[in-house]
Design a protein around this ligand. Structure first.
Ligand SMILES: Cc1cc2nc3c(=O)[nH]c(=O)nc-3n(C[C@H](O)[C@H](O)[C@H](O)COP(=O)(O)OP(=O)(O)OC[C@H]3O[C@@H](n4cnc5c(N)ncnc54)[C@H](O)[C@@H]3O)c2cc1C
Length: 447
């Protein structure tokens, strides 16, 4: 009997260390970054930001000294090789923060791109791009979605071979951190006539290659539109990029020619699980807020926590969170056990990707609602958290696409009935059982 909900004491010490760092250092850093101002209300100047950057480097060094830098990576890539279940426990904590992933060297989209290069890159590519990515000296972006379509079958951005070079032409959209990245991994159609899974290839394109044009740095709902026109290259934002006759050397191809869509699954599957792990943390934090508020706020002479409809909401959130968390942990456990993204695992990954959006939506909505006007204000983190719910349902594939895949994977375990009525039709089952028990009764009476 191997099911055990405890971790070894040694690892529990690491979890406690991460929890302490998150509470004492990372959350205050988040709050400071949110304002970007000193106590007298003045915006930080360049020196001020340099001081903050040095502080971040210092925190990153503490994480390295603790052996937790890039904790999602295996020892072959310089990480601790914790496995997915342990990753869950750490990602849940970081999910409660904004800067946590950066402090621990496991921020998207760099993490997924590390996996991509590690699995598909040549030795030269690993040296040139993977090593600086792992150490945090370089940043990257993943450029796949196009403005006219998020569906691979519709992609138009192309790469054509010309002597020793590839020439990329097309548009990409929502390339997260694209404006500030050192290099972009671009998915481009290389063989439009081939079946979908052989049609596209991936390329490593350095950001400053002539022809890479950041048209706008698109931000999420709530950010003023004019900020999209600042394409100067800070981190954050989702770049809208034109690739205008971008010439790159032949060896910029990442993985085999035509293997782009298949290769991208390495990146997306892992990323989806990590998003789900962090979603557990976001939901838990909003539920903590709801519980504190329920115990503090009065209405009609009673505490909110004494009102049955509030109690019902809190109970529903608790149950949804526990179920979601267990499902994420189960998926992580399956990955650890199997070591690859089998059909069984893809089924669970699709499920938790779908539930991440739903559970985030329900739990955060209830927390906001319980906070009344305060919940609608920008004076708590609930507004930012609320944005994570619809985002979860869109990024890395929409909920509908995952539901369709999940249903297909589920149905592979079933067969159609070859009879007019289903196999579980009672008249048929009872007749079969009567035949079986006729013999049982006869044997008993004969004995
Ligand atoms: C925060 C965030 C970060 C992102 N980062 C990146 C990134 O770094 N790099 C990158 O390349 N992309 C990125 N994306 C883009 C993301 O991958 C796409 O938004 C996603 O794949 C959906 O594509 P779309 O936006 O074109 O939506 P569409 O494909 O146009 O879908 C819109 C809606 O149509 C319906 N729909 C679509 N397909 C189906 C279907 N098969 N069945 C039923 N209904 C359907 C659904 O209601 C769906 O929500 C990011 C997106 C977000 C929100």
């Amino acid at each position: 009997m191997a099911i055990d909900f405890e971790v070894e004491p040694e690892f529990q010490k690491q979890v406690d260390w991460v929890q302490k760092l998150a509470t004492e250092e990372i959350e205050p850093l988040d709050h400071f970054m949110r304002s970007g101002r000193s106590k007298d209300g003045k915006r930080l100047d360049a020196d001020g930001w340099n001081a903050i950057r040095a502080y971040i480097k210092d925190l990153q060094q503490r994480v390295k000294d603790q052996g937790l830098w890039g904790f999602h990576l295996g020892p072959d890539l310089g990480g601790p090789g914790l496995g997915q279940v342990k990753l869950c426990l750490l990602n849940e904590i970081l999910g409660r923060t904004r800067m946590g992933p950066t402090i621990f060297g496991c921020q998207a989209p760099d993490t997924g791109n590390m996996e991509l290069i590690a699995h598909n890159g040549t030795e030269e590519q690993k040296k040139k791009y993977l090593e600086p990515l792992l150490s945090g000296e370089m940043h990257s972006a993943y450029s796949m979605t196009e403005p006219h379509a998020g569906e691979p079958g519709e992609f138009k951005c192309s790469a054509v071979r010309d002597g020793d070079e590839w020439v990329i032409n097309g548009e990409k959209w929502f390339t997260s951190n694209g404006a500030g990245a050192d290099f972009l991994i671009v998915m481009a159609v290389t063989a439009p006539e081939k079946p979908l899974l052989e049609r596209a290839s991936m390329f490593i394109v350095e950001r400053n290659t002539p022809g890479v044009e950041i048209v706008r740095n698109v931000h999420g709902i709530g950010t003023p539109l004019w900020e999209n026109y600042d394409t100067s290259g800070g981190r954050g934002g989702h770049a809208y990029i034109h690739y205008n006759n971008v010439r790159i050397p032949a060896d910029a191809l990442l993985g085999a020619e035509g293997a782009g869509f298949v290769g991208s699954q390495t990146r997306l599957s892992g990323g989806r699980v990590h998003h789900a792990m962090r979603a557990v943390g976001v939901c838990a934090k909003s539920l903590d807020m709801a519980c504190e508020r329920a115990l503090s706020r009065r209405a009609k002479g009673e505490l909110l926590s004494d009102l049955q409809m509030v109690q019902a909401d809190l109970a529903d959130s608790y149950i949804q969170l526990k179920q979601f968390r267990l499902h994420v942990l189960y998926t992580a456990w399956l990955i650890d056990k199997t070591g690859s993204y089998t059909r069984e695992i893809r089924k669970e990954i699709a499920s938790i990707k779908i539930s991440a959006a739903k559970v985030n939506h329900d739990i955060i909505y209830r927390a906001i609602h319980l906070h009344g006007a305060l919940g609608m204000s920008n004076e708590t983190e609930l507004g930012d958290m609320w944005m994570s719910a619809p985002q979860m349902g869109i990024m890395d594939g929409t909920t509908e696409v995952h539901k369709a895949n999940l249903a297909k994977l589920m149905l592979r375990d079933y067969e159609a009935s070859d009879d007019l009525f289903p196999t579980y039709h009672l008249p048929k089952l009872i007749e079969k059982a009567q035949t079986k028990f006729e013999k049982v009764i006869d044997d008993y009476l004969a004995a």
